[in-house]
Each structure stands twice: as structure tokens, then as C-alpha cells.
Design a protein around this ligand. Structure first.
Ligand code: SAH
Ligand code: SF4
Ligand code: F3S
Length: 442
């Protein structure tokens, strides 16, 4: 049994990478709560430091080692400080991490973190198994504390797509969809704790297909409709989607389901058919554009966002021009763009790289176009009446900040308002990464 009579031990978690890691960090914090740990924001006073890592690009993975280096003096001063590495670097590098950095006490992969409490009790270890049980069902349940108004909920994990550049199929394993009944009960629990907006998470979230509550199978569109029936839940979002998994039922849900927000992150990576093929993306530019057209027919005001990789092996000036052309044709609300980073163990790893300076120049050109589109999309919101869910106080006295339907951050003067209020706002101003608005009468 855990001894709760002692002063609580303090856990510091640093999260890198995607939203799934953010969700995982929260679940690990809750699990460690049952071991008598409380979260701290201050690394210097922690009894345990947990780094929840990302392996997607080389720079992301290397951050782990620079952070571990910075922990050396703290560990030297307090040898009982426990240091854990979780997440995708833990999965990819396992014991190698401890060999390179002996100060690390434990290494736990993303599919094994329900075993984290036991590892901590045992004083350390390495666990990068892909167990068959559902880790979410084996994680200690959190105390029924109040939650922030917007929450993540992982419904699907892993990836079977094997894009030639990507580590995710190796770090997260095969695609697994959680059963609908577990997702629905987790969603109801979140709502009972004050959550009004849920973002459904998965590496291929729209590929979710799971056991229906009464038996049989549901697709992702059906799941969204079931979640939308929960009273007290106002908004549903999901990320990240693959173009090939955008089923008709899901597109229909964007037309029919008012709680489903008009926002879709749909990575395309490149606007060149040759490069898409080399990336093993399994769709063409024309197919992507046609898909966008159908989504916009269903929900004309939808804000689309995407991911791009520039400088993939073999990319020519023409391929790059084709990517810019696709961006101009679609018009994105915002997008992430990255310079290709070769990852060990992926099919593209050994392919000859293009000239680095050329890749840098292309990235700059793409980013300039994307920021112009982001600016235009934000400015098109000025004058519109939108709903905003307040998530926290703003920097100024009496100010609140929250997200619009289109996921823009909106600052509003609202001295009477509280976090968790869903209000109507007229957008008055567009700043580089946010909007400002004024409260409308309810
Ligand atoms: N599951 C999502 C994205 C996963 S990773 C999808 O299917 O698109 C998030 C983004 O990181 C990717 O969309 C891609 O743009 C980028 N990325 C992944 N591997 C990369 C690599 N080796 N180099 C550069 N960017 C990469
Ligand atoms: Fe990676 Fe491709 Fe899977 Fe996305 S779909 S996680 S980019 S392999
Ligand atoms: Fe990174 Fe793993 Fe997410 S590699 S992007 S933390 S799935």
C-alpha cells in the first residue's frame, strides 16, 4: 500500500511533441497521484523528473539529451532524485538512453506507461513492450477533480500507414482503436468535471473504427454523433487525420452535427504526385483537392490546416513549385511546415539528401506563403460574430482568452466572465497569432 501520511512527493513533467503526449503526460500524472505524487511546476524542487519525449525529427529527439545534460548538477546534489524518460524516444532508443546518460533511472515506452507506478516503486527499469492489454484500462483512475474546459481524449493510437519518412508506426506501434463504450464513459466523466470541449486524439484519428456499445462496429463519424449526444458538451474537435480515411459519414457529420467544430487538420505533406508516391502517402494531388472540395461542400466555412515536409529526397524545383501551387489552390488557415529530417529505421533514411541550402530556401518560401494565408484567414474573421470558450485569464486586468469555433485564440475584455464560459463575441481586430473581440449580450 502507498503511504499517504508522508508529505506528498513532487513530480515535474516536461512534455515534448504532439497532443497525444500532452494527453499521456496528464494520464501519467494522474497515475502517479495514486502513488502519492503531486505535480510541481518547479523542476528544482521535484522528487521525480519525467521527460515525455518526441522522436519525430532529429532536433526533437536531441532535446532530450540536452535536457538530461542540464539535469546532471541537480542529480549530483540530490542522488535520490528520480529521472524518467517516457514517450517516443524512450520507445525508439530504450536501454541506449541509460547507456548514454546513466543518470536516467527509468525508461518507459508509450504503450507501457500503465506500468510506470510499479517501475517507480521498484526504483527504476526499462519497459518498451507493446502489451496486448489496453493501457488506459490499467491506469489508476484519477480522483474526480475539476478539469479545464477544453480536454483531450485519445480514441486511437498507432499507425499502419508507414509513410517513408515517419517514425510513428515504430514508436507507437500498430493502429489500435479503443472501444466506443470506454470512450463515451471517459467523455461523460470529463463533462461531469466541467469540460465543454473535447478534442479526440489519434495518430490517424479518422481511421478509428471500434467496437460499438451494443456490439458490431462503428466508424469515426458515428462515434462523433454519439459523443455529441452528451448533455453539457458543446464542442467536438479531432486530430490528426489522414486524407485516405476521410469517410463519407465523417464528411456528413461536418454538415449535420453543430457540435463538430468547422476546423480540420488534414496533412498533405507535398503538392507533387512524384513526391507523394516516394513518401508512400497513397493518394494523389487531384484526390486531395477533390476531397477538400467535398468537405467544403458539406461545411463551406470550414478552416483547413495542414502539414508539409520540404526537401524530401529527390524533391526538385518543379516538385516544390507544385507544393506552392497546391497551397494557393486550397488556402489554409494555418499550417506546419518542416524541413525533412532523416530518421533511423524509416524507409527513406538512406536516400540521398537534397542540398541543405536549397531545402532552407524552399522552407522559407513555403512559410512566407502560409503566413500570408494565415493572416488573410484571421483578417476574414474581423467583424464576424463567433462563439468563444474562455480557457484562462488574459494578460490584462479583466481580460479573458479562449478559442473561437475556428480555433483562433481570442482576447476579450470580460471582467464578469469565468473560465469555462462559452460566450458570443464580435471580432474587432487581428494580431499576428490571435484575435481580439468584444462581448455581445448573451
Ligand atoms: N499522423 C499525422 C502526423 C504525424 S507527425 C499524419 O498522418 O500526417 C506530424 C508531422 O510531422 C507530419 O505530418 C509531418 O509533416 C512531420 N514529419 C514527420 N516525420 C518527419 C520527418 N522525418 N522530417 C520532417 N518532418 C516530419
Ligand atoms: Fe506518420 Fe504517415 Fe502514420 Fe502520419 S500517417 S503517423 S505521417 S506514418
Ligand atoms: Fe512525437 Fe511521438 Fe507524437 S514521435 S509527434 S511524440 S507520436
Amino acid at each position: 500500500m502507498t503511504d499517504h501520511s508522508a508529505a506528498p512527493k513532487k513530480l515535474f513533467i516536461k512534455t515534448y511533441g504532439c497532443q497525444m503526449n500532452v494527453y499521456d503526460s496528464q494520464r501519467m500524472a494522474e497515475a502517479m497521484g495514486s502513488e502519492g505524487y503531486v505535480l510541481t511546476e518547479n523542476q528544482a524542487e521535484a522528487d521525480m523528473v519525467l521527460l515525455n519525449t518526441c522522436h519525430i525529427r532529429e532536433k526533437a529527439a536531441e532535446k532530450l539529451y540536452s535536457d538530461l545534460g542540464r539535469l546532471k548538477p541537480l542529480k549530483a546534489e540530490r542522488p535520490d532524485l528520480k529521472i524518467g524518460v517516457a514517450g517516443c524516444v524512450a520507445q525508439a532508443e530504450g536501454e541506449e538512453i541509460q547507456r548514454r546518460m546513466p543518470l536516467v533511472d527509468l525508461v518507459v515506452g508509450p504503450q507501457a506507461y500503465h506500468r510506470l507506478p510499479a517501475m517507480v516503486r521498484a526504483g527504476g527499469g526499462v519497459d518498451t513492450e507493446f502489451p496486448t492489454e489496453d493501457k488506459f484500462e490499467h491506469l489508476p483512475k484519477a480522483a474526480a477533480t475539476r478539469r479545464a474546459p477544453a480536454a483531450f481524449l485519445t480514441v486511437q493510437e498507432g499507425c499502419d500507414k508507414f509513410c517513408a519518412f515517419c517514425v510513428v508506426p515504430y514508436t507507437r506501434g500498430a493502429e489500435v482503436s479503443r472501444p466506443a463504450s470506454r470512450i463515451l464513459s471517459e467523455a461523460r466523466d470529463l463533462v461531469s468535471r466541467g469540460v465543454r470541449e473535447i478534442t479526440l486524439l489519434g495518430q490517424n484519428v479518422n481511421g478509428w473504427h471500434g467496437e460499438a456499445p451494443q456490439g458490431g462496429e462503428w466508424g469515426f463519424g458515428r462515434l462523433i454523433r454519439a459523443i455529441a449526444e452528451i448533455d453539457g458538451l458543446d464542442r467536438i474537435r479531432y486530430t490528426t487525420s489522414h486524407p485516405n480515411d476521410m469517410a463519407d459519414d465523417l464528411i456528413d457529420a461536418h454538415r449535420d452535427e453543430p457540435k463538430l467544430m468547422p476546423y480540420l487538420h488534414l496533412p498533405v505533406q507535398s503538392g507533387s504526385n512524384r513526391i507523394l508516391k516516394a513518401m508512400n502517402r497513397k493518394h494523389t494531388v487531384a484526390e486531395y483537392l477533390r476531397l477538400i472540395e467535398r468537405i467544403r461542400e458539406a461545411r463551406p466555412d470550414i478552416l483547413l490546416t495542414s502539414d508539409f515536409i520540404v526537401g524530401f529526397p529527390g524533391e526538385t524545383d518543379q516538385d516544390h513549385a507544385d507544393t506552392l501551387d497546391l497551397v494557393r489552390r486550397v488556402g489554409f488557415g494555418t499550417a506546419f511546415s518542416f524541413k525533412y529530417s532523416p530518421r533511423p529505421g524509416t524507409p527513406a533514411y538512406d536516400r540521398p539528401l537534397i542540398d541543405d541550402a536549397v531545402a532552407d530556401a524552399r522552407l522559407q518560401e513555403l512559410q512566407a506563403l502560409l503566413s500570408a494565408q494565415q493572416k488573410a484567414a484571421q483578417e476574414s474573421m474581423v467583424g464576424r460574430e463567433l462563439s468563444v470558450l474562455f480557457e484562462k485569464p488574459g494578460r490584462l486586468e479583466g481580460q479573458m482568452v479562449g478559442k473561437s469555433d475556428y480555433l483562433h485564440a481570442v482576447f476579450v475584455a470580460a471582467p464578469q466572465a469565468r473560465v469555462g464560459d462559452l460566450v458570443r463575441v464580435r471580432i474587432t481586430h487581428s494580431a499576428p497569432n490571435s484575435l481580439a473581440g468584444e462581448l455581445l449580450a448573451a
